[in-house]
Every structure is written in structure tokens, then in C-alpha cells.
Design a protein around this ligand. Structure first.
Ligand code: SF4
Ligand code: SF4
Length: 185
């Protein structure tokens, strides 16, 4: 690595980043699960097992390296972070039992909080705020449900539209709608 690039990389490091990821993750998952990140030995089993990595530039091993050495911006602003399908294959196969998929989910939460939400995600959220579903029901699905002897509408906000208000109370309480609207504006 040329010395100027090496200096820039060193200057960009945020040594608290990995601890912040573990702290945020510990609000959702057990702390010991998040601490497995430090056990990553960069073997690449996760990347080699990743179905998404076969089709995209997503390399889960790299995101863990960036996180551990503190390359915060590179880790959180990467479009590739959104190519994980959360299939959990990597987590099942990791020889060090790193909770890899769960950690990706935490990184995504952090990315969104720091303003890296993709416009497409903001659009999906807006649909959810409007209908209470990210993918609202359509006539084809209604017809399939009828053929299966189910009610045309599922017992969700489609059937109980008044429940949408309660959903939005939760969304607003956590400041999520404001975050999405800021991104959509
Ligand atoms: S398989 Fe586990 S130990 Fe190996 S690089 Fe991936 S997360 Fe790290
Ligand atoms: S959970 Fe994500 S990173 Fe892991 S194997 Fe599946 S797509 Fe790849």
C-alpha cells in the first residue's frame, strides 16, 4: 500500500466503532453474541458460503474487517451492505461462531441512523406507513386466498385499518418516521 494511502486509512480509523456496534447490538441481542465479532479470524468461510456474494460485490468478511479496524464510513456507507439476504448460512457455518448475520443487521441499523438509508428503502417505508404493510395485498393475492378458503383479507391492518394508528404510534415513538421523511425529502 502506498504510504500516503496508508496514512489516510490510518487517519480514518475510529477505534470506538467496533464497541459502538456491540453496544447497539446488545440492545437487541445478547451481549455475548455481539462480542463474537472479536473472534473473527478472517477465514472467509462466510464469504465463501454466501449466496449473495456469488452474484454481487458483497463480501461479509470484508465488512467485519472494516468494522474491527474502525473504518466506520466505509462499512456504513457501502451499498453492498444491503446485498445480504439475511439467509443465515454464514452464521451457521462460521467456525468461530460469530453471529455474523445478526451483526449485519446491527450494522444496517447503525447505517440508517447515520443517514445511509437508500431511497428505495425510504419508499418501502412510506408504503408501510400508509398501508401497514411493506407489500400491500393486491387482487391476485385476494383471489388466491379465496381459492384456499381463507378470508379475502388477512387479519392485519387490512382487516382492521384502525390498528394502523397504533402501529404509527410505535413508529413515531422511536423517531423512525422522522428519519425516513428526512431521507425522502
Ligand atoms: S466465517 Fe466467521 S471467522 Fe471466518 S471470516 Fe467469517 S465471520 Fe470471520
Ligand atoms: S446471511 Fe447474508 S452474508 Fe450471510 S450467507 Fe446469507 S446473504 Fe450472505
Amino acid at each position: 500500500m502506498p504510504s500516503t494511502l496508508k496514512r489516510q486509512t490510518i487517519q480514518k480509523r475510529d477505534k470506538d466503532f467496533v464497541n459502538e456496534v456491540m453496544d447497539l447490538g446488545s440492545k437487541i441481542f445478547p451481549r455475548e453474541d455481539m462480542a463474537t465479532l472479536r473472534a473473527c479470524l478472517q477465514c472467509g468461510t462466510c464469504t465463501g458460503s454466501c449466496p449473495s456474494g456469488r452474484r454481487t460485490a458483497w463480501r461479509i468478511r470484508q465488512i467485519f474487517l472494516k468494522t474491527i479496524i474502525g473504518l466506520r464510513e466505509e462499512a456504513l456507507s457501502s451499498d453492498d451492505l444491503w446485498n445480504c439476504t439475511t439467509c443465515y448460512t454464514c452464521q451457521e457455518r462460521c467456525p468461530r461462531k460469530v453471529r455474523s448475520t445478526d451483526i449485519v443487521r446491527v450494522l444496517r441499523n447503525m447505517a440508517v441512523k447515520e443517514g445511509h438509508m437508500r431511497p428505495e428503502h425510504a419508499k418501502v417505508c412510506e408504503i408501510f406507513f400508509k398501508y401497514g404493510h411493506a407489500v400491500p395485498i393486491n387482487d391476485d393475492v385476494k383471489a388466491i386466498r379465496k381459492r384456499l378458503a381463507l378470508s379475502e383479507l388477512p387479519p392485519t391492518v387490512h382487516t382492521y385499518p384502525e390498528a394502523l394508528k397504533e402501529v404509527l404510534v410505535l413508529v413515531d415513538d422511536k423517531g423512525f418516521r422522522a428519519l425516513v421523511e428526512k431521507k425522502g425529502s
